[in-house]
Design a binder for this molecule. Structure first.
Ligand code: ARG
Length: 400
């Protein structure tokens, strides 16, 4: 009789390699390793091979770069999504996609369970479990890390005992997650929020004190709220993001150091490198400032915060997140135009913007003789605008 199958989210690292062995020992199952390409710099061919050497019965690599960009990053750009107004959600956005692809693989191979290498303290377990629950409530979820109760040393010992090569990177005290939209680093000396991140934690961005002396100007063109052209070169979203990571990273743009609130209630100190996200969100917001009415921008900010919290919390496939996105998509109809930015020594500044849909009217804004704004109407407007304030003051003024 053939064994029960488990689909494992496989990264090639120590945790998920040990998980392959552990799943076989503990549950007597066949493990199907799945690695998802969301634009991380790793060589996934090596990862694919490694899964087989550590005992998976089959090992798949799924190229999901374009899908990640189109279905997850694009809505996040349009939403100006930042968790706690700081973190562009790189890791958070990839999780529901990976979970969805795991579910697809489980269906295809007739697996009864999905396994992932998340610990019991982080957000990622929440995102995987909630997404799998939303898409395939019948599938069992196994989280070896959460179950096996081994600490780091015990895990390394287990790996050696079972002939699993312990990669040098496992000696690194940091926990790192990467995809095209950003790099997330936690643990090690970063656990003390008073410690400045040491130089070795950064990898996508140059130290701003060592970046070129001359500023670099770039131009981004957006169509319906999404970037389509970088410096006159038309690019697919994934390509554009990857190229922008290089350009902005070389200028030291995109370093974030924050203390954030995890879904499970823990405050944690994280650092992020997201050069492209930093530039894109700034440019997109600035374009919106030019083409959207002020009251829509203000209202959209509340929607953006709600979107960001849903995405962070693993509620991507929730009716609320989908409804928020529907609203956001509608707002992007006229968000087309170009933004010019100056990258220099870790800073990114918008220095120009233009759009066919611009609501900026020079004859209203100017202080010179071409001014068409009705100054006389301003007086009447203020009379009524300030009316409730005057009535209140008459009633309560001086009473304190
Ligand atoms: N704190 C970030 C988040 O929740 C990043 C998590 C990164 N994961 C990791 N294994 N290093 O999205």
């Amino acid at each position: 009789m053939s064994k029960e199958k488990v689909v494992l989210a496989y990264s090639g690292g120590l945790d998920t390699s040990v998980a392959v062995k552990w799943l076989r020992e503990k549950y007597d199952v066949d493990v199907i390793a799945v690695a998802v390409d969301v634009g991380q710099p790793e060589n996934l061919l090596m990862v694919q091979r490694k899964a087989l050497t550590v005992g998976a019965v089959s090992s798949l690599v799924i190229d999901a770069e374009a899908e990640f960009a189109r279905d997850f990053i694009a809505p996040a750009i349009q939403a100006n999504a930042l968790y706690q107004r700081k973190y562009p959600l790189g890791t958070a956005l990839a999780r529901p996609l990976i979970a969805k692809l795991l579910v697809d693989a489980a269906r295809e191979h007739g697996a009864a369970a999905i396994a992932h290498g998340c610990t019991g303290k982080g957000n990622d377990q929440v995102r995987f479990d909630v997404t799998i629950g939303a898409l395939a409530p019948d599938l069992r979820i196994i989280a070896p890390q959460r179950e096996w109760g081994m600490n780091r040393e015990q895990e390394i010992a287990y790996a050696k005992e079972h002939g699993i090569e312990v990669p040098v990177t496992s000696a690194s005290p940091y926990s790192i997650d990467e995809n095209m939209y950003g790099r997330s680093v936690e643990a090690g000396v970063l656990e003390d929020p008073w410690n400045e991140p040491p130089p070795e934690v950064w990898s996508w961005t140059m130290d701003p004190s060592e970046t070129p002396e001359t500023p670099q100007y770039i131009e981004l063109t957006f169509k319906n709220g999404l970037p389509t052209v970088l410096n006159e070169k038309e690019l697919g979203l994934a390509e554009l993001i990857k190229e922008l990571n290089q350009v902005a990273g070389q200028n030291g743009v995109g370093r974030i150091d924050m203390v954030e609130d995890r879904v499970v209630g823990i405050k944690s100190r994280e650092i992020y490198e997201c050069p492209a996200a930093t530039v894109l969100l700034q440019a997109h917001r600035e374009l919106e400032a030019l083409v959207l009415p002020g009251e829509l921008i203000r209202f959209k900010q509340t929607v953006e915060d709600a979107f960001s919290e849903q995405a962070y919390s693993g509620l991507w496939y929730s009716p609320l997140r989908e409804s928020l996105s529907a609203f956001i998509t509608h707002t992007q109809k006229f968000v087309s135009g170009s933004v010019r930015l100056k990258l220099h020594n870790g800073n990114c500044a918008v220095v120009g913007r233009k759009s066919e849909s611009s609501l900026y009217d020079l004859s209203l804004a100017t202080y010179d003789e071409n001014d068409k704004f009705s100054h006389a109407s301003a007086e009447g407007f203020i009379e009524l605008f300030g009316l409730p304030t005057r009535v209140w003051a008459q009633k309560h003024g001086g009473k304190n």
